[in-house]
Design a protein around this ligand. Structure first.
Ligand SMILES: NC(=O)c1ccc[n+]([C@@H]2O[C@H](COP(=O)([O-])OP(=O)(O)OC[C@H]3O[C@@H](n4cnc5c(N)ncnc54)[C@H](OP(=O)(O)O)[C@@H]3O)[C@@H](O)[C@H]2O)c1
Length: 344
């Protein structure tokens, strides 16, 4: 589904219209920016289109005045996405509850993620114009298990053990369960209803953001540089629960989302994970690259070697190439945090 704007004779084609759910968030707002830049017309769903403070970063994107339309939509409301999806050729479903410590894990996190995904997919079936849906999942759906085996190779055949999460209840457990069950529900719906559903499975997103506040995933990934004491336990926890600290530039995630939308032969799940590391390895790298920050490098409570290796082999063999390695990921994020006053 290429965004052809003009044909060889200089005649204008109608640009494809796509929908992005959860558009005000970190990843989705960057995706909207990339789509507008490519010439797409975008129907963006937000929860609160009338509050300027929540949507001005979308309205300020070049091309927004001509080709961006905001729709109010709520994951838990049946039919809420119908108007935004109507007439679209493709849908990027990105919205999900990300309040990591909800009061009610089932009703505030797990249920809205699954119901909301099905709500979006039903809107696609009703619309009759949608050729593909790219559902954004998470590497949290692949690598969490009870096995003590080291150096596990994680590909698209791997699923997180939801029963283990529900029993042990590690921090953020209901988010991890919600993403796993929502992705499974999306793939099953696609099969049963003959809707072309592809899932993308990114690891921790790092990079700049156009959102009004600094995304928590960027703060988490850069906590060894900023020294944020509340974030370091989270980064260690991520390695201990998921088996690694795996990182990707947000711009590469959006490129991969668009690649999967435009590539006719895309099918099933796609892991998006160029960098696989651990807290101690990352700390050593960061202290060398940015000696001006006081990066701690001694850790006794997290293993040096990651337990899992989350592989993007399928995505890369389909023709996708990552633009950013670890230097580019961190250089961009450091510059971004400087503009926000979180690093000197
Ligand atoms: N960031 C990462 O490192 C990372 C890694 C892997 C996967 N992911 C996945 O990528 C997607 C985007 O993540 P993000 O980091 O960009 O998160 P984010 O900034 O918190 O964005 C989440 C979006 O979902 C919307 N949302 C939440 N609950 C909703 C509801 N009940 N109804 C309608 N919309 C709702 C939010 O709307 P409001 O703006 O109104 O709050 C927000 O725009 C998620 O699916 C996440 O699981 C993220």
């Amino acid at each position: 589904m290429a965004a052809t704007i003009m044909n060889g004779n200089g005649n204008a084609h109608k640009e494809p219209t796509v929908c992005v759910t959860g558009a005000a968030g970190f990843m989705a707002s960057w995706l909207v920016k990339r789509l507008l830049d490519k010439g797409y017309t975008v129907h963006a769903t937000v929860r609160d289109p009338d509050t300027k403070a929540k949507v001005h970063h979308l309205l300020d994107i070049p091309g927004a005045a001509e080709r961006l339309k905001l729709f109010r939509a709520e994951l838990s409301e049946d039919g809420s996405f119908d108007a935004a999806v109507a007439g679209c050729l493709g849908v990027f479903h990105v919205a999900t509850p990300t309040e990591f410590a909800p009061k009610d894990h089932e009703n505030d996190m797990i249920k809205p993620a699954i119901d909301g995904t099905l709500n979006v997919l039903r809107a696609c079936t009703k619309a009759k114009t949608v050729k593909r849906v790219v559902v954004t999942s998470s590497a949290a759906t692949t690598s969490i298990n009870q096995s003590a085996e080291q150096n596990q190779y994680i590909d698209e055949s791997c699923w997180t053990d939801v029963d283990f999460l529900r029993t042990v209840k590690p921090p953020t457990w209901s988010y991890l369960v919600s993403k796993t069950l929502a992705e499974q529900a999306a793939l099953q719906y696609g099969k049963e209803q003959e809707l072309d559903v592809v899932t993308i499975i990114p690891v921790l997103n790092v990079g700049p953001s156009i959102t009004p506040s600094v995304p928590s995933s960027v703060q988490l990934a850069l906590c060894l540089l900023t020294g944020n004491p509340y974030m370091l336990p989270g980064l260690k926890g991520m390695q201990l629960i998921s088996g690694s600290v795996s990182l990707v530039h947000v711009d590469d995630v959006c490129s991969a989302q668009i690649f999967l939308m435009e590539n006719p032969s895309a099918q099933g799940r796609y892991i998006c994970s160029p960098i696989n590391t651990s807290v101690p390895q990352l700390a050593k790298y960061l202290s060398k690259r940015y000696p001006q920050y006081n990066v701690p490098t001694e850790f006794e409570d997290v293993p040096e070697i990651p337990k899992v290796n989350i592989s993007s082999k399928k995505l890369v063999e389909s023709g996708f190439s990552f633009k950013f390695g670890i230097d580019g990921i961190f250089d961009d994020a450091v510059e971004y945090l400087k503009t926000k006053g979180l690093l000197n």
